[in-house]
Design a protein around this ligand. Structure first.
Ligand SMILES: *Cc1c(COP(=O)(O)O)cnc(C)c1O
Ligand code: SF4
Length: 336
């Protein structure tokens, strides 16, 4: 796999090519990182329903030769994914099935999630969608039209959140058409995009995409997903600068993950690094209890201790809200 020279070549390719070149098996990723799969608790069986998928731009932020690298741990399929943990199940939030039917998830007042695609550029092993058949989440033309009609018909909806999977896997042309349709709905104030691509595949932030956003009369909010300061590479910084110069508000959400960011210093460094790039810490989520993710769990009690330590160390605006998802609640539940 890539040596430094070819790595640079790779990172100058367009985002679709970079996506096509993403690592898709344990051996290639380990070889690139100078690790031997034999020395790691890797599991090929764990990849059967949820394959390994890692763009090189994300792998390039990992430390070579370090089996405990916090970015590697987010994407490496390991034996523990096959263990059963009490309280963990296939659809912990209880809404994937309804979202798959309509493409729209309207749980909270004033805002709806629009599920555009079930796939992602990276497969995060802690993801609550890992057990769900992705194809069912694909937004067909009919579903998209029905979703637009739904939003049009309900004047209490002031914000549409493009979500997934990862909505930025849609082409610029498709996104542009969708955003133009949303632009035409007068009661909408904001269009929000939830995406991990600015972090894991920063080449996705193209000039055409920025133009689509800046041409919209709606306020645009982007919520990225970054769990560790090491994810913020020079390419990520450049992508975020493009968003900022387009006048777009950028927030970050993270998931609290055992062995990755369950440490006050790591959380403080993440907030500091994000904010120095103009990104505002928004949410720190407790893990959704999906089958295969039990080894990532940090207890609520431990999470509280951590967030209090962060609070004692940073200005209030750098402390993300510690929240959890609860079926039937009117919002995410704040834990503090
Ligand atoms: C998380 C979520 C939102 C957004 O919640 P905010 O608190 O506004 O960030 C909206 N709808 C659904 C279904 C969600 O899960
Ligand atoms: S980017 Fe988000 S939705 Fe996609 S696999 Fe990772 S956690 Fe799941």
């Amino acid at each position: 796999m890539p040596e430094p020279q070819s790595e640079i070549q790779h990172l100058t390719k367009n985002w679709q090519q970079q996506l096509a070149d993403a690592f898709n098996n344990i051996e290639d990723l380990c070889r690139y990182l100078h690790l031997s799969p034999d020395d790691l608790p890797v599991s090929v069986a764990a990849t059967e329903n949820f394959p390994l998928r890692v763009p090189l731009s994300f792998a390039a932020c990992m430390e070579k030769g370090n089996p405990h690298d916090p970015l590697l741990r987010q994407v490496l399929p390991i034996n523990e994914e096959l263990f059963a943990y009490p309280g963990f199940n296939h659809d912990p939030v209880g809404d994937l099935a309804s979202a798959a039917q309509s493409g729209v998830l309207h749980k909270y007042h004033g805002r709806v999630l629009l599920i555009n695609t079930g796939s992602c550029a990276i497969n995060c092993r802690y993801c609550f969608r890992r057990n769900f058949p992705y194809a069912d989440l694909q937004l067909s033309k009919q579903k998209e039209e029905a979703a637009i009609r739904y939003i049009q018909a309900d004047a209490s909806i002031s914000e549409v959140i493009l979500s997934g999977g990862d909505p930025l896997l849609l082409s610029d042309a498709r996104l542009s058409r969708l955003i133009q349709q949303l632009n035409g709905i007068t009661h909408l104030k904001r269009i929000r995009i939830h995406s991990r691509l600015p972090i894991v595949l920063p080449a996705r932030i193209t000039g055409e995409f920025i133009n689509t956003l800046t041409e919209s009369p709606k306020q645009i909010v982007i919520v990225v997903h970054c769990n560790h300061a090491n994810e913020i590479s020079d390419c990520v910084i450049a992508a975020c600068n493009l968003l900022k110069t387009g006048g777009i508000t950028v927030f970050n959400q993270s998931v609290l993950l055992k062995g990755i960011n369950d440490n006050a210093e790591v959380l403080c460094e993440l907030s500091e690094q994000l904010f120095s790039r103009g990104i505002i810490p928004y949410y720190l989520h407790l893990l959704d209890k999906a089958t295969g993710t039990g080894h990532f769990e940090v207890s609520e009690q431990q999470a509280l201790i951590l967030i209090r330590q962060v609070q004692a160390a940073l200005p209030g605006y750098l402390v993300p809200k510690l929240v959890k998802e609860q079926a039937g609640a009117a919002s995410k539940l704040s834990i503090l």
